[in-house]
Write a protein that binds this ligand. Structure first.
Ligand code: FES
Length: 108
């Protein structure tokens, strides 16, 4: 990754994805320089939303950045695909699962 170029262009910004340690500047780089249009695109280019919690804690922030950049994040499809990966979370972390369920209700 071109860390110094990203820092010069967009700065570090807020830590967006705690699991994969992805900062706002990296997400803006993915959107403006690597043509990311959706949450899935950002995830593939940066590993945001692809860490231990599978995006439960950061997908809303990525969605907001994409919308601010004038993109359609396609969050519905991302949530539907992630739901199957999150079944272990439902079993072992009820609080996190409930947060996901609340967010899912809002976007579907
Ligand atoms: S905070 Fe981004 S995957 Fe967990």
């Amino acid at each position: 990754m071109r860390a110094s170029e990203i820092l010069k262009t967009f700065g570090l910004g807020e830590l967006i994805c705690y699991c994969s340690k992805v900062f706002e500047g990296e997400i803006k780089w993915a959107i403006r320089r690597e043509f990311a249009e959706t949450v899935d695109d950002v995830s593939r280019r940066t590993w945001a939303c692809d860490g231990f919690c599978n995006g439960i804690l950061c997908m809303k922030k990525v969605q907001k950045i994409l919308e601010t950049e004038g993109k359609n994040p396609d969050i519905k499809n991302f949530v539907l695909r992630r739901e199957k990966l999150l079944y272990p979370v439902r079993k072992y972390n009820e609080e996190l699962w409930n947060e996901f369920e609340e967010f899912k209700k809002k976007v579907l």
